[in-house]
Write a protein that binds this ligand. Structure first.
Ligand code: SF4
Length: 318
């Protein structure tokens, strides 16, 4: 499992040109899920920079449908600790394989990419590294520190795996005080065993809850869910309440898209108005910031949310 929820997606452009491999035997996407190809040369600049520094992104590894848009805006979500995941979630396009050793200079390369891209808000995720005693937590810590060292004042958002709910691993990441700590619930309780069979719904809630307990207002907690996997709306609302019960501050809701025919099928294309309604419900429940829409992903326009510095008055939420 990559830690980035629902980044998986078919690529179909507004002109109707589609990837022949990815779209085999899959339903046509509704109009609201078609994406535009890049019109600026920033896309190529972003790609070249990432290649130059030999970095992985969840944008590519998870076949995110916003790949064109985000890279054309000069942003991307770094995926550290390799591109081989120890889990095999049914929704995720990141490869499952025996991981390679961690690259000790990767934190510095992420920091350098962040500097060259001029990012003011960076999102860092990782594959699940259940083969490591700390699940890759120390590598997260080093990356946060390296990014901060080279990019003073930057907002750092991490999107982490569950670290098997090991407290010492969680503390290691939180000790580096990311501004936003994101861990995705991904789906409703009933569907979790079939969507993320090595994870549990309650473990994810526990990770979020502990992050908030340990850091309070110093860190915003965030979570995301994919819709369209067969969940009912009342189940989604129940999950939103569970997340608020864990004092989760920020929320993303987006449409699940099947990355390849081997992955879980899309059960439903949720309409934009339903995303709107669920977004309104989430705001009423007290989330500080909500992004809800068909193409929303955990890191999509993450910089739309600006954390309030610790000590300053925070809007709503916790
Ligand atoms: S939404 Fe996130 S994962 Fe998708 S392309 Fe944008 S930055 Fe990358």
């Amino acid at each position: 499992m990559s830690s980035c929820s629902g980044a998986a997606g078919a690529v179909e452009t507004g002109s109707g040109v589609a990837s022949p491999i990815l779209l085999a035997k899959r339903p046509r996407l509704p109009e609201w899920l078609k994406v535009s190809l890049p019109t600026s040369n920033t896309f190529a600049k972003t790609r070249n920079l990432l290649q130059d520094l030999a970095l992985h992104t969840v944008c590519e590894s998870a076949k995110c449908p916003n790949h064109w848009e985000c890279w054309s805006r000069g942003t991307a979500t770094f995926m550290i600790a390799g591109d081989r995941c120890t889990r095999a979630c049914g929704f995720c396009a990141v490869s499952t394989a025996k991981p390679l050793a961690l690259e000790t200079d990767e934190p510095q390369r992420v920091a350098e990419a962040t500097r060259r891209m001029g990012l003011k808000h960076v999102v860092i995720t990782a594959v699940a590294r259940d083969d490591l005693a700390d699940g890759g937590a120390e590598h997260f810590r080093k990356t946060i520190e390296a990014v901060r060292g080279l990019n003073p004042g930057i907002v750092v958002e991490v999107l982490t795996p569950d670290f098997l709910d090991r407290d010492f691993a969680l503390d290691m990441v939180l000790g580096a005080t990311p501004d936003v700590f994101n861990h995705n619930l991904e789906t409703v309780r009933r569907l979790t065993p079939s969507v993320r069979h090595r994870a549990t719904y309650d473990r994810s809630l526990s990770v979020l809850s502990k992050a908030k307990e340990r850091c309070g207002d110093r860190v915003y907690t965030k979570s995301g869910m994919m819709l369209g996997l067969g969940e009912r709306e009342d189940e989604v609302v129940e999950s939103l309440k569970d997340l608020r019960g864990a004092r989760c501050d920020l929320l993303t809701l987006g449409q699940y898209l099947q990355p390849t025919p081997k992955h879980l099928p899309v059960v439903e294309f949720v309409k934009p108005e339903q995303f709107q309604r669920l977004g309104d419900i989430a705001r009423d429940l007290g989330f500080v910031h909500v992004a809800s829409g068909p193409l929303v992903r955990s890191s999509y326009h993450a910089d739309d949310f600006s954390p309030v510095p610790p000590g300053a008055e925070r809007p709503g939420g916790v």
